[in-house]
Design a protein around this ligand. Sequence first.
Ligand code: C2E
Ligand code: CA
Ligand code: CA
Length: 412
Amino acid sequence: MSSICSIHYQADDVIFSEGEQGDCAYIIESGKVSILKNTDDGETCLATLQRGDLFGEMSMLDHADRTATAVADEDCTVIQITQEQLRNRLDNSDPALEVFIQLVLQRYRGLLHSARHIEFIPTRIDEGSNNKIWDTSARHKEALENLILENDLRVAIEEKQFVLFYQPIIDMDTLLPSGFEALIRWQHPEHGLIFPDRFLDIAEKSGLIVPIGEWVAYEASRALSRLQKGFSHVLDNNIQLSMNVNASGEQLVHERFVAQITALIASTGIQPENLKIEITESALVQQPEKAKVVLDGLKGLGVKTALDDFGTGYSSLNYLRQFPIDYLKIDREFVWSMLDNRIDQEIVVSVTELAHKLGMKVVAEGIESAEHLVMLKNMAVDYGQGYYFSKPQSEEDICRFLQADQASAIAC
Ligand code: C2E
Ligand code: CA
Ligand code: CA
């Protein structure tokens, strides 16, 4: 990683020359710098810059040749900003910003060239190979596509284009469904059914996840109420179907989250203990104090919480003790690797034992075969979820699934 570097020049020193390739910009710390340009009328001074002024930034941004010469007017000190420093910042920002800078700069260069009656030479934004700062046009395309998708997402909220699918969560003792996880899909008018991996990131970054998440929680709770009413006669009397709803970090720390859940319970009439909010470790790590307040609030309501994708993040049960968590969901990758990896098997056994000692129930995700099921049952995992039992399905298909199941154990 490069550090900020100060350079001293004496009066009349050339800092850079027109036509050179530029890979850094400068900020004047002391002294004066003139920006000169060769024209048909001879050398013209475009500007005289002083302390605090920035120069040389255009070539640094688009890696094009310098279009002017910078000369120290007097003894001066400048701070050099390298492309690497800019690259680090761009990598941590929204890719759309990079596209905007790139386009504005390209248009500005075009204007400058035509104002000076010089043939416009486009900057090399699409040449990925030797252009270090603007890496590829694919990145550019993706950033613009994401902006369009964000706009479409706003329309989708207004026009109610989202649908929920439900995946059964199975009690490992009885092999009966104990509840469902609600999983969002977007019924896009042009692109068809879009899966959450494609749009949730954009929804989170734009804050749209908050209204989307609110819709999911309401819709899933209403579906739970319908399923409970429709199947109470089919299922064992002791079974109270429950609904798991995913909440992203943005939603969790939103000031109205607990109030929304309170209102939802009142309006749908579901029992709070049958609503389970799934959160990820990263959501807890981002803002632990706020997350703790929200989780305590949910506990106060009687709503249950589940820690999703356990095994992919920090996976520190000790750390998690600070939060009131009722269920631990072991990530599907862990379940898959467990079959031929003894260490992973031992980890699942130990995590399950420890979770039980801490008063949590364990759910295994991604059960795709009888082999997975048998192994996890022997490890005393409490609940299971995966394609072996059922893929996520529409509410209509879930009704058929429950009917066909007739409260009898799933064959294995
Ligand atoms: P997740 O919470 O880990 O959800 C489980 C994902 O695993 C679902 O993908 C499901 O279809 C898939 N899955 C379940 N069983 C199996 C299996 O046996 N094999 C395989 N290969 N996959 C299985 P989906 O529906 O594409 O959801 C992806 C992720 O999107 C979810 O991962 C969740 O993090 C997020 N998500 C979905 N709906 C919502 C939502 O309403 N709100 C928020 N914040 N996130 C959501
Ligand atoms: Ca989940
Ligand atoms: Ca998961």
